[in-house]
Design a protein. Structure first.
Length: 418
């Protein structure tokens, strides 16, 4: 008889679809920059401020989402958040003033995106996987890349063929009518709900990993632990250089370099395609090799890719950048999540991941706003690109100072004793 597929992989597939849809819509923001500039008579700096507000709201929501996931479960948070993003995104078509966009997209959509994020997903994957967890993290994170590959160029084409309002309606209905029911019907918080054990079997030390009982240890004590800060700072820089800088400004940067919509779409699709490859490889590598050393290499490679982008006035250079940056774009997330679950397994995983992604969104907010502001002052993206190269080197160095998880036990015990 053929072996039955463990339901944990259904959980992975549903979470992957959620990320593809919700985060793909968020990552398509850059496609709407020029249409919104025309529609609402806004400059690039003001449009960047909407993205900045979005990242701030998203970031602030992360620790709160972590606590809600601990109380209400990932299924409730992910499904309701998907519905909220779909409905509120459609409502942006009714905007007539810039401040309407600030409220609808910058606040309401961003709350929903914050709910359908890595915080809830990390908790549910940690519940369902005691083995192959890095691979599972890599697969769900590939949903970001798949959404980027499908929805970003798809949005560009739909805007060109129809208009931005029709594009928003199509994306919103996809979320509310198709994805939301799938998440609600198929997602489960814990293997016990399907009368199965997690993949890898039950481990006594894992049973309390994501349990609210972990609150018996002071969650605030992690702020005195070196691994917390050496994960947080690089992850903030990660947000600055990916969802902040690239996802907001890559499309307008490409247009400023004189590339056509077709070349820009090809570069975005290529970046997203290799992003998926990089994410999946990162999950496998994280299960088999030192995550801290792996993160060092990823941040260095990302810095090198931005060196190429600075000089990308030729289509081949732009495509070369897309390939290299794609391979290391979201590849940092799986090893970072894995390290967090290993360092802080006695604490509330939802809350810890929430703080981690708060730092990512603070970086993203700065990465969206600062380059837009510098663009208005200098007329190019050269300065923010060089600045990003420098801080990526800082992020790489920080990861070298992280301890290996198996050497972290004494530090954790000391923190719990305080």
């Amino acid at each position: 008889m053929k072996r039955k597929i463990h339901y944990g992989w259904i959980i992975v597939a549903v979470t992957f679809l959620t990320f593809l849809a919700v985060q793909g819509v968020r990552l398509s923001f850059g496609a709407f920059v020029q249409p919104w500039e025309t529609e609402f008579s806004m400059d690039r700096g003001s449009i960047s401020l909407i993205s900045t507000l979005s990242f701030i709201v998203y970031g602030i929501s992360q620790p709160l989402i972590g606590k809600l996931v601990d109380r209400l479960g990932a299924r409730f948070i992910l499904s309701c958040s998907t519905l909220l993003v779909g409905v509120s995104f459609v409502l942006t078509t009714m905007a007539t003033q810039p401040w309407h966009l600030f409220i609808l997209y910058g606040v309401v959509v961003s709350i929903g995106v914050g709910g359908a994020s890595n915080v809830a997903a990390t908790v549910v994957i940690t519940n369902w996987f005691n083995k192959k967890r890095g691979l599972a993290f890599g697969i769900i994170e590939a949903g970001f890349g798949a959404g980027q590959m499908i929805l970003v160029p798809g949005s560009l084409m739909l805007i060109q063929w129809l208009d931005w309002k029709a594009t928003v309606v199509i994306l919103g209905f996809f979320l509310a009518v198709i994805v939301f029911p799938i998440v609600l019907l198929l997602l489960r918080n814990h293997p016990s709900e399907k009368q199965v054990e997690p993949i890898g079997g039950v481990r006594e030390e894992e049973e309390t990993n994501t349990s609210p009982n972990s609150a018996t240890f002071s969650n605030w004590s992690v702020f005195r632990m070196r691994p917390f800060w050496f994960l947080v700072l690089p992850f903030a820089i990660c947000g600055f250089t990916t969802t902040g800088l690239m996802d907001t400004h890559l499309i307008p940067l490409s247009h400023d370099h004189g590339f056509s919509t077709s070349v820009t779409s090809a570069a975005v699709s290529l970046l997203a395609g290799f992003n998926i490859v990089g994410i999946l490889l990162s999950g496998v590598i994280a299960d088999r090799w030192s995550s801290r050393k792996f993160l060092f290499l990823l941040y260095v490679a990302r810095a090198l890719s931005l060196v190429i982008l600075v000089h990308s006035h030729d289509p081949l250079l732009l495509l070369g950048f897309a390939i290299l940056f794609g391979l290391v774009d979201f590849a940092t997330v799986a090893p970072t999540q894995l390290l967090a679950t290993q360092y802080f397994k006695r604490y509330s995983i939802g809350l810890m991941i929430g703080w981690l992604f708060l730092s990512h969104q603070v970086g993203s907010a700065l990465g969206a706003y600062v380059p837009g502001l510098l663009y208005e002052q200098t007329g190019s993206y050269t300065v923010p690109l060089y600045m990003s190269i420098v801080i990526l080197i800082v992020a790489a160095i920080c990861n070298l100072f992280l301890p290996e998880p198996n050497k972290q036990r004494n530090d954790v015990k000391q923190a719990e004793a305080v």
